[in-house]
Design a binder for this molecule. Structure first.
Ligand code: DX5
Ligand code: ZN
Length: 217
């Protein structure tokens, strides 16, 4: 199954709840929530209280992407706020395996992400421990950047590793610079969850969701 996951980073935060409800109703099954701490990435976005308050507006899957240093400190907060998937960065964890296990114990789905400069093979020891791999196709921190083309090969490598380990249910999510012009190449490389921030929230959100959805069905 393929899933579109609008990233609210490009939404108008004065109407965040409404915008989330609008894109979910238009057909987005997953809402991607980018949490940034100003340390792991140079930007600060929002935290658990905001997620908890917008949780009320939709039953869509809440996919929380933690771009924060040592995320184990806050996992329980994000689970309580209503996350369905919590993704941490390989580069941000002191003990990756223990952090993934901590997410699992909270009863939410487990995601592990790598930034563009991190090679895909670091993921191998953790693949059977996670529900989703998140490949960053831009440097984390900001919406609206250009897709890094080398990400296509990285997606293929991860899909091959998953096939080799017979992890057929593993989700591969790609985040950054995805739009109508490249979403099909990302899908053909082996991804099945497509994050899109500016491509959804700039302009007509409903039309954007429908157009992107049509390309991945
Ligand atoms: C970047 C974030 C992305 C970003 C995607 O650090 O993780 O989710 O908002 O935005 P676009 O689709 O505009 O690149
Ligand atoms: Zn993200």
């Amino acid at each position: 199954m393929n899933y579109l996951a609008p990233s609210v980073l490009s939404a108008d935060f004065s109407t965040l709840g409404n915008d989330i409800a609008t894109v979910a109703t238009a057909g987005a099954p997953i809402i991607h929530l980018d949490v940034m701490d100003g340390k792991f990435v140079p930007n600060i976005s929002f935290g658990a209280p905001v997620i908890s308050s917008v949780r009320k507006v939709t039953d869509a899957i809440f996919d929380v992407h933690l771009m924060i240093e040592e995320p184990s400190r806050y996992l329980e907060d994000f689970s309580k706020a209503g996350a369905d998937i919590i993704t941490v960065h390989y580069e941000a964890c002191q003990d990756v395996a223990a952090t993934l296990m901590q997410i699992r114990e909270l009863g939410v789905k487990v995601g592990l992400s790598i930034s563009p400069d991190t090679p895909a093979d670091v993921l191998k020891p953790f693949l059977s421990q996670v529900d989703m791999i998140l490949i960053m196709s831009v440097y984390p921190g900001f919406g609206g950047q250009k897709f890094i083309d080398a990400s296509i090969d990285k997606i293929k490598v991860v899909r091959d590793m998953a096939d080799e380990l017979e992890l057929n249910g593993l989700w591969i999510e790609v985040d950054g610079g995805i739009g109508a012009d490249n979403i099909v190449s990302v899908m053909e490389a082996g991804a099945n969850v497509f994050v899109a921030g500016s491509a959804v929230f700039k302009g007509d959100m409903v039309a954007n969701v429908k157009a992107l959805n049509a390309k991945i069905q």
